[in-house]
Design a protein around this ligand. Structure first.
Ligand code: SRM
Ligand code: SF4
Length: 537
């Protein structure tokens, strides 16, 4: 390892030091002890940091009420799993809530440490895991939310995503091989045409690409696969190094490598090993994969990965198959299975309560196959609803609250956790995000969708750089005083030819934001004041 191996212990950052003293995953064996001790008596490093290796987050904003981050491979869960999550929350009354995250995942709130043994038992009974979901681990692996349903998909990502998760978590039990990365790591894999996972903002992403049989060149990953037939073959072009942080944001760049589906898990393993053993462990602000690419160059990264793989890559296919605008999946859509539909409904800023979750589980069972899916836009899809049961499903009261046809701005609103629960936050986000778009929708009419993302601080969990309008919490000044404010990002493009937006306006006090947004919506996105629209009619 570059830093752990060749630099002295004194140059390791404080996180590396506590990881070297005791691996984060070690707390898994101590859950009963922590439950008996209570959070106030626990060792602080175990409580504030190592518990994140089992997905349990101490919240300084609500001490004693922990957050639990699950893993939902490809954003898919069953009605039984959803019901267990709801049961866990139910016991906490008003403190219990859940959020769908920007990585197609679920977080629970209000969790008491004394309940953890029981909660982990419940999780195990229904095949849920929260292992390695925080700190220096690989986050939830994202895949197409309509994988296996979409008639136009090129590859169904579900099984691959599950295999990658199983490899890196030892089937949810925890895998010490990958519990001490230099920093967090994000993986996405897409087999659809619309880049539904935001491939460009992941440390490692696989995007669909066909390879012509004659193209193999030197012996490499996938050559055997290509030689099986003269027809062109499906696989993935590999992107690396995409990430957001307070210090720097970058879109992923091509590794110039193509991989057949059966080699994807091995490639993930190889890239993670290279990152684990060579990523910087000195400066935590410079530890993500892109910093290693800066140091080495892309050719050296590829060569190191090939060495771990034991074979060389075929060069990337000249073009990938991401040629659609991104879909949001809200509404009713035909599946590739005849007579079947999937229905996406909008969960405002991803916030759910136990009663909602019980009801979603019931609807998925009564009308669908019991399956529930999550999107990176923090919404829910229920698949496998037959044509015959669709009308009754659409009349269900829950769909009045979680609409299949929300307002233009509401429809694509995304928000990170913000000050309600996150101590990094510089502003409150979720409630403010909802209030702001409700006011804008009351005054304006729209001719095109506008994607607004809120994020409470420069860590960018709410991905303001992928939005049409991104709002990032900051401290602004008004009348000589520091007040809650936002920097405004513009120009983010998703789907085909995705690129990141950049900061266009700095330091708008939140209390003055409404007219500024109204102006931007009118000038840049063709919105009209309702009164003007009436006059024109
Ligand atoms: Fe994040 C840290 C919430 C997606 C970049 N993120 C945090 C923490 C854990 C900070 C903390 O301890 O309070 C936040 C927990 C707040 C809470 O109580 O909920 C937090 N991040 C979230 C979630 C829940 C936002 C949401 O409302 O959806 C998302 C959980 C995803 C998941 O299921 O795992 C979430 N975070 C992201 C994303 C978006 C993505 O992955 O597409 C990013 C930017 C992409 C990236 O990482 O490259 C992101 N979060 C960060 C960073 C900056 C990372 C860095 O390299 O500096 C931090 C701070 C850190 O890790 O030190 C952070
Ligand atoms: Fe917290 Fe900042 Fe991430 Fe929002 S962007 S969840 S405020 S760390």
């Amino acid at each position: 390892m570059t830093d752990t191996g060749t630099t002295t212990k004194t140059s390791l950052n404080k996180f590396e030091k506590f990881k070297a003293e005791k691996d984060g995953l070690a707390v898994k064996a101590e859950i009963e002890k922590f439950a008996a001790l209570g959070w106030e008596a626990m060792d602080e490093t175990d409580r504030d940091h190592r518990l994140k290796w089992v997905g349990v987050f101490f919240r300084p904003v609500t001490p004693g009420k922990f957050m639990m981050r699950l893993r939902m491979p490809n954003g898919i869960l069953t009605s039984d799993q959803m019901r267990v999550l709801a049961e866990v929350l139910q016991r906490y009354g008003d403190d219990g809530s859940a959020d769908i995250t920007t990585r197609q995942n679920i977080q629970l709130r209000g969790i008491r440490i004394e309940d953890l043994p029981d909660i982990f038992n419940k999780f195990q009974n229904v095949g849920l895991t929260s292992v390695q979901s925080g700190m220096d681990n690989v986050r939830n692996i994202t895949g197409d939310p309509v994988a296996g349903l979409d008639a136009d998909e090129l590859f169904d990502t579900r099984d691959l995503v599950q295999q990658i998760q199983d490899m890196l978590t030892n089937k949810g039990e925890g895998n010490p091989e990958f519990t001490n990365l230099p920093r967090k790591f994000n993986i996405a894999i897409t087999g659809g045409r619309d880049n539904s996972v935001h491939a460009e903002i992941n440390d490692l992403a696989f995007v669909p690409a066909f390879k012509e049989a004659g193209e193999q060149g030197s012996r490499g990953v996938g050559e055997e696969y290509l030689s099986q037939t003269s027809a062109r073959k499906f696989g993935f072009n590999i992107l690396v190094g995409g990430f957001f942080s307070a210090k720097r944001c970058d879109a992923a760049i091509p590794l110039n490598a193509w991989v057949a589906p059966e080699d994807v898990v091995a490639v993930c393993r190889a890239v993670l090993e290279v990152f684990r053993d060579n990523g910087s462990r000195a400066n935590r602000l410079k530890s993500r994969l892109m910093w290693l690419i800066d140091e080495w160059g892309i050719d050296k990264l590829r060569a190191e990965v090939e060495q771990r793989l034991g074979k060389s890559f075929l060069p990337a296919a000249p073009k990938d198959e991401i040629d659609w605008e991104k879909r949001d999946h809200i509404g009713v859509y035909k599946q590739k299975q005849p007579g079947m539909n999937y229905v996406g409904f909008h969960i405002p800023v991803g916030r759910l309560y136990a009663d909602d979750m019980f009801e979603i589980a019931r609807l998925a069972e009564v009308y669908g196959s019991g399956e529930i899916r999550l999107t990176v836009e923090q919404n829910i899809i229920i698949p496998n609803i037959s044509d015959g049961s669709l009308p009754t499903f659409l009349a269900e009261p829950l769909l009045q609250r979680f609409s299949i046809n929300p307002g233009t701005l509401e429809r694509s609103l995304v928000s990170c956790t913000g000050a309600q629960f996150c101590n990094f936050a510089l502003i409150e986000t979720k409630n403010r995000a909802l209030a702001t778009i409700q006011a804008l929708e009351a005054d304006l009419t729209f001719t095109q969708p506008v994607r607004i993302h809120w994020t409470g601080c420069p860590n960018s969990c709410g991905q303001p750089q992928v939005a049409d309008i991104g709002l990032m919490g900051t401290k602004a000044r008004k009348d000589g005083k520091a007040v809650e404010g936002v920097d405004i990002y513009m120009g983010g493009k998703v789907g085909k030819e995705a690129h990141l937006g950049t900061c266009a306006i700095k330091g708008i006090p939140c209390e003055d934001l409404q007219p500024v947004l109204q102006d931007i919506l009118i000038k840049n996105f063709g919105a009209k004041l309702k009164q003007e629209a009436l006059v024109e009619v």
